[in-house]
Design a protein around this ligand. Structure first.
Ligand SMILES: [Fe+2]
Length: 207
């Protein structure tokens, strides 16, 4: 007879499978199971990125300070709403393909390959400098996911292209605050959120 385990022990047990790797029993007609499995992995990584992004955008919405507070604070909420919708679309595409979308915070943190956003209360332009780095990472990975689904699943690729159109526009909204009249970005070449935040053109009374 199996030894009963406590609820605490059960909650602490490591997941039986690596996140995003659970085998599937069926998929959409006309698609090979192995191809669907690969696409589900790509979508799960995008779902993780989108969930992380809409939470990060809210975090910035709450932590901006300085004379540009209201413009940045109000600019971000429509992005939060749109990115949440994108996460829902990615998750439901995973389910449509026969997979099980992973949406819990613990699985997200265990699966992601990037660090948490690391600015707290700060000048609005410092946050926008750091957000430029965030969007650079997210949007670059979306372009790769679009390439990787080219031959596997044009339907998923179409969804990713539609999301990228908006995400790249939101990135422009951010970069327009960091650009001078010659078209140079103050954050050009910044490899981290901290460096980008320090290079952002802070407003005079936030120095
Ligand atoms: Fe709010």
């Amino acid at each position: 007879m199996a030894t009963p385990i406590s609820k605490t022990a059960a909650r602490k047990a490591p997941p039986a499978r690596k996140p995003g790797k659970a085998p599937i029993a069926y998929t959409v007609p006309g698609m090979e199971i192995n191809d669907a499995q690969t696409v589900i992995g790509i979508l799960q990584d995008r779902l993780n990125a989108l969930t992380d992004l809409h939470l990060t955008l809210k975090h910035i919405h709450w932590n901006v300070v300085g004379p540009n507070f209201i413009s940045v604070h109000t600019m971000l909420d429509p992005q939060v709403d749109a990115v949440r919708e994108m996460a829902d679309t990615a998750a439901e595409r995973i389910a449509t393909l026969g997979g099980s979308p992973e949406g819990t915070p613990g699985r997200l943190v265990a699966s992601r390959s990037w660090d948490d956003y690391n600015l707290m209360r700060d000048d609005a332009l410092a946050h926008l400098g750091a957000l430029d780095v965030v969007y650079t990472g997210v949007n670059g990975d979306f372009r790769k996911a679009i390439d990787d689904t080219e031959d596997l699943d044009p339907v998923t690729q179409d969804l990713l292209i539609e999301m990228s159109e908006s995400l790249e526009q939101y990135h422009w909204f951010v970069r327009a605050h960091l650009e001078n009249s010659s078209g140079q970005l103050s954050t050009a070449g910044a490899g981290s959120e901290r460096v980008a935040a320090a290079r952002a053109p802070r407003t005079r009374n936030a120095r």
